[in-house]
Design a protein around this ligand. Structure first.
Ligand code: GLY
Length: 571
């Protein structure tokens, strides 16, 4: 009888949450029935991410006494389970944090080109680009950085690592129900999964539907090896062996040495001031911080606030600064450990003033007439961002990516996680666009050990020396422009947090020379832009911005994007 009661209790606890473990959250997380709160007001702390279960995990960690770094680590690990299209162990990312003691941190765990990579590895014998090889399958993967990044952040955390990883293990092992969006996404993936996998992954199934349960036993076992052995549980031993075997089966080139030698790097943030605010963002190998700096500074003295949100004048000015910044990206930006990126010059007041000399508020400046200053598509949304703040004012912005949705589409056999296809973020040939339509050259050419140029822009804005905005988004090259527009919406147009996140966005990246525009932007605005000489191209959702705004020390707003299942949690 006792055994029957114990078994029943176990089944009930599996169904309603994971509260029976000492490592587990005090409030059980129900993985079978959850919703996606889009806006919350909190007094103590907030987490906003691409998946409701991941946001809940983060909040429970804060309630258990963890700080914002603890919560960010746990949320990131949970995303690797519940949001496999971008949450990851097999990719990379960037963390920007501002601690309550004023310390500013950025951690670079961008993927690295394997030791056997070479500049022309994605060109055929005629020198033509082989996009499939840089975008899908084993050869498209860089050496993953995420796990090293988690441990580099962990030195600022408070709780045992085993506590932070346990919710992810539990959800992987016992399963969670998938949303309608997730089911559609899995269904769309089936053909590629069959094509790019050597061992059939759990994601292969006919007709996924909302409410189906996803159990990931191999992934749970990988997470347990990381829990028990730390970084070595991923970069050495069983997991490393499984990755390298997967590479051998699929003609990939990542070796045991590549994995063992991978290091996350703490870097100086890319920071600047804008009208009394301090903006802290990511330096190279992300173009995000520098592009944001260039764009904000090019509008600073032009009274954009008076033009009004989504006015033709404001869109036109923002498009023109986006165009100029992205022209510089194509020529000058890449991994600064390998290429001398003239960062100071590119954001100096004199240079930016010079860049705007040919700006005409009445008409488009064609990209053919805008070259990179004298001193460089179409988006998959599948990068992911999370923002966290705690009661002491520690703020963390994390953006991670597999690059394309589900990365290379290859799941490591026996280890249960997708590998990235980040090699496509290198310039595989000068002037040849990558999957986002972005072009590059020498600065971003492939070299062994080099990190490919990113657009990820995890950003913290300080007001009166305290976190004011914690922000970021997925969206490939639209990331810096979305972060730029959201900050301008709040600081210059005085918009509410929800309007700044949810309302329409637009994007220009020098080449191709057109404005990509969300459908909600009215026809009369488009027509006015066309008359000024712009080509306007309709596109689907731009980004999935996750925003925290601190109203006061005891009032925090967190807003999740309505463009996905994203959710805000707070307490
Ligand atoms: N893979 C997208 C980025 O890093 O910008």
């Amino acid at each position: 009888m006792k055994r029957i009661i114990a078994t029943l209790l176990l089944i009930i606890s599996f169904y309603f949450g994971f509260s029976q473990k000492s490592n587990s959250p005090a409030t059980p997380i129900n993985t079978y029935n959850y919703s996606s709160p889009k806006k919350i007001i909190a007094t103590q702390g907030a987490v906003v991410s691409a998946h409701p279960l991941a946001s809940k995990v983060g909040i429970e960690i804060l309630k258990m006494g963890g700080n914002a770094i603890d919560a960010a680590i746990a949320t990131q690990l949970a995303l690797a389970v519940v949001y496999p299209q971008a949450g990851n162990l097999g990719g990379g990312g960037f963390t920007v944090a501002r601690l309550a003691d004023g310390k500013e941190i950025t951690i670079d765990y961008r993927e690295m080109a394997p030791g056997n990579a070479n500049r022309d590895m994605y060109l055929d014998e005629k020198g033509d680009p082989l996009h499939e090889k840089s975008q899908e399958g084993h050869l498209s993967s860089g050496v993953p950085g995420t796990v090293a990044g988690l441990f580099a952040s962990y030195k600022y955390a408070k709780l045992p690592f085993s506590t932070l990883i346990q919710p992810a293990i539990d959800i992987a092992e016992k399963g969670f129900v998938i949303t309608k969006r997730q089911a559609q996404s899995f269904n769309a993936l089936q053909e590629n999964l069959k094509k790019y996998n050597t061992v059939s992954p759990v994601f292969i199934k006919e007709n996924w539907a909302a409410g189906d349960t996803l159990i990931q036993t191999d992934l749970a076992n990988t997470l347990k090896r990381i829990r028990d052995k730390g970084e070595a549980g991923f970069y050495e031993g069983e997991t490393a062996r499984l990755i390298v075997e997967e590479m051998k089966r699929g003609s990939g080139i990542i070796t045991l040495d590549d994995l063992k030698n991978y290091k996350a790097i703490s870097r100086e943030p890319h920071s600047f001031h804008y009208k009394g605010y301090k903006i802290i963002s990511m330096p190279m190998p992300s173009s995000g911080g520098l592009l944001l700096n260039q764009m904000m500074k090019m509008i600073e003295n032009r009274e954009i606030g008076k033009m009004g949100f989504l006015s033709v004048q404001a869109i036109q000015l923002m498009v023109e600064v986006e165009r100029r910044a992205f022209a510089d990206r194509a020529k000058y930006m890449g991994d600064a450990d390998f290429y001398n990126v003239p960062v100071d010059k590119l954001c100096s007041p004199a240079y930016l003033q010079e860049r705007m000399m040919n700006y005409d508020p009445a008409k488009a400046t064609p990209s053919s007439t805008i070259q990179p200053g004298t001193v460089a598509g179409y988006e998959s949304e599948e990068t992911t961002h999370l923002s966290v703040i705690d009661k002491d004012g520690n703020a963390v912005a994390v953006t991670t990516t597999l690059n394309d949705s589900y990365g290379s589409k290859t799941v490591v056999g026996g280890a249960g996680f997708f590998l990235n296809d980040e090699m496509d973020d290198f310039s595989i040939k000068p002037g040849v666009p990558n999957m986002y339509g972005a072009v590059g050259g020498e600065a971003n050419a492939i070299k062994p050990g080099k990190r490919m140029l990113s657009s990820m822009t995890p950003t913290i804005v300080l007001k009166d020396n305290y976190p004011y905005l914690v922000i970021g988004t997925p969206g490939g090259t639209t990331i810096p422009t979305s972060v730029f527009q959201t900050i301008v919406d709040i600081i210059e147009f005085g918009m509410t947090t929800e309007d700044a996140v949810w309302k329409a966005k637009f994007h220009h990246q020098w080449l191709p020379d057109h404005i990509e525009i969300e459908r909600a932007i009215p026809e009369k605005t488009r027509e006015a832009l066309r008359i000024m000489g712009y080509t306007v191209v309709d596109r689907g959702p731009i980004g999935r911005t996750e925003l925290i705004k601190v109203i006061s020390r005891k009032k925090i707003e967190a807003v999740a994007d309505v463009r996905g299942d994203d959710a805000a949690e707070g307490y």
